[in-house]
Ligand binder design. Structure first.
Ligand code: FAD
Ligand code: UDP
Length: 405
């Protein structure tokens, strides 16, 4: 059958319909679940010209399947989330590998026993690794901050090396901040791993949708109760009603094409944009992606190379490693991190986790709490640094609640 695309002008809106803003994992999973399990009519409103959120992929001019909003590898320990996404597509086993380009020499990331040998030489690495095992245990993951807190000169040497050569410049490029200045949860995503395991993730389930993410989303949203309006910004079609004219007056209702919505409204875009940034814009980091196609089978030694000590870009990804595509040419992509300054031309990719930003976000969130059928969900609407699997899990949990209502 295929996805039912409608123009917002022609969409028939009923007051008990569900309305979902955004068609990434947060929006698409809830839309599917409400359509299928609750028998709701669901209208999905998406501002981009396509579905799939950040996961959107397509063939480029050379026929190479590329990701348009950053490289996406699915990995999780949440079996329900993994089983859910597998419902809609075949799956390809793939364990992502990352190397740091350290002045032309490659070090495995997360920094591990092999990286130790390359950095320090066999004999010294053996001694330092023994110290790490003694302090933390074998096959253990240690965050940069835990390592830096150790009171031992050998461990301090390892910590200093990892800080200077893996984290400092990359974090400055990515966030415009030093590792000390970012929230500890950010650098903790990539620990030091006292192991020979050179996979980027150790989750029980990891892989890639066999035909790409876009067909996965097409199947997820292919349901007789679901309609999708592309090229439509929620704020341009929603009429928000407030309890008073005060700046911090909470929401009392949302109308869409004159219909007061009484069914669930699941909003997965940035919350500040919905309220036209009345308390100032929430800070995000954005990215520029620069693609290069080469007339060779493969260009890099693995899926991603991180530039931790040189270059202005943070990392380069070669999609064919991720997708397993067989193709005579290859396309690589460089990522340049930028402050998010212009919503018209830039995309908000990363919430910047800090107490101050959380408080700022809380002011927007408070506007929504008075409206019981309004549900902010997802990496943007919740202003969180969530991976895909967490979003799928949270979307399923919200759908469980809404289906029971
Ligand atoms: P999104 O995918 O961002 O979807 C939100 C949708 O809402 C978008 O389609 C947007 O256009 C639409 N929208 C926003 N505002 C409005 C509006 N006002 N009106 C209408 N529509 C609107 N996670 C992993 O698990 N593995 C990875 O390898 C990985 N790599 C990543 C790489 C990068 C560079 C980035 C930035 C993120 C990565 N992630 C990864 C995280 C992943 O992108 C998110 O977890 C996922 O996108 C969250 O889904 P979502 O639906 O919440 O948001
Ligand atoms: N990081 C780093 N060097 C690396 C890899 C990661 O400094 O080689 C830090 C950096 O601050 C980054 C964070 O760890 O933003 C999280 O890295 P991850 O690869 O999880 O980032 P994502 O894929 O979400 O962009």
């Amino acid at each position: 059958m295929g996805v039912r695309y409608v123009d917002i002008k022609d969409a028939e809106v009923r007051r008990d319909d569900a309305v979902v803003v955004g068609s990434g994992f947060a929006g698409a999973v809830v839309a599917r679940e409400l359509a299928e399990r609750a028998g709701r009519r669901v209208l999905v409103i998406e501002k981009r010209p396509h579905i799939g959120g950040n996961m959107y992929d397509e063939a480029d001019e050379a026929g190479v399947l590329v990701h348009r909003y950053g490289p996406h590898i699915f990995h999780t320990n949440d079996k329900r989330a993994f089983d859910y996404v597998r419902r809609f597509t075949g799956w390809r086993d793939y364990s992502h590998k990352v190397l740091a380009d350290w002045y032309g020499t490659y070090l495995p990331v997360p920094f591990n026993k092999t990286s130790m040998e390359i950095a320090f030489g066999g004999e010294k690495a053996a001694r330092l690794t023994a110290k790490l095992v003694q302090a933390f245990g074998d096959e253990r993951k240690v965050t940069l901050n835990e390592l830096r807190a150790q009171d031992d000169s050998d461990l301090a040497e390892v910590a200093d090396f990892v800080y200077q050569n893996v984290f400092l410049r990359y974090t400055q490029k990515q966030w415009g901040l030093t590792p000390e200045e970012v929230d500890p949860s950010v650098t903790a995503r990539v620990p030091v791993f006292i192991s020979r395991d050179d996979r980027y993730f150790q989750d029980a389930y990891q892989g890639m949708p066999a035909e790409g993410y876009t067909p996965l989303f097409e199947r997820m949203l292919d349901h007789e109760n679901v309609s999708v309006c592309l090229n439509t910004e929620a704020e341009s079609v929603f009429d928000l009603e407030f309890e008073s004219d005060a700046e911090d007056a909470p929401l009392s209702g949302i109308r869409l094409r004159d219909v007061l919505l009484e069914g669930p409204i699941v909003y997965t875009g940035p919350l500040d944009e919905l309220f036209l940034s009345r308390f100032g814009r929430l800070p995000y980091r954005s990215l520029d992606f620069v693609y290069e196609t080469h007339d060779v089978d493969y260009k890099l030694p693995c899926g991603t190379v991180n530039y931790t000590v040189t270059e202005d870009y943070t990392r380069i990804t070669e999609f064919k490693y991720l997708t397993g595509q067989v193709c005579p040419k290859t396309t690589i992509m460089k990522e340049y991190s930028r402050p998010y300054e212009d919503p018209k031309t830039q995309t908000p990719y990363y919430a910047i986790v800090s107490d101050e930003n959380e408080a700022h976000y809380g002011r927007y969130r408070a506007l929504t709490e008075s409206l019981p059928n309004f549900h902010p969900l997802g990496r943007l609407a919740e202003y969180r640094y969530y991976n895909m699997d967490v979003i799928v899990g949270r979307a399923l949990a919200l759908a469980d609640r809404l289906v029971r209502e």
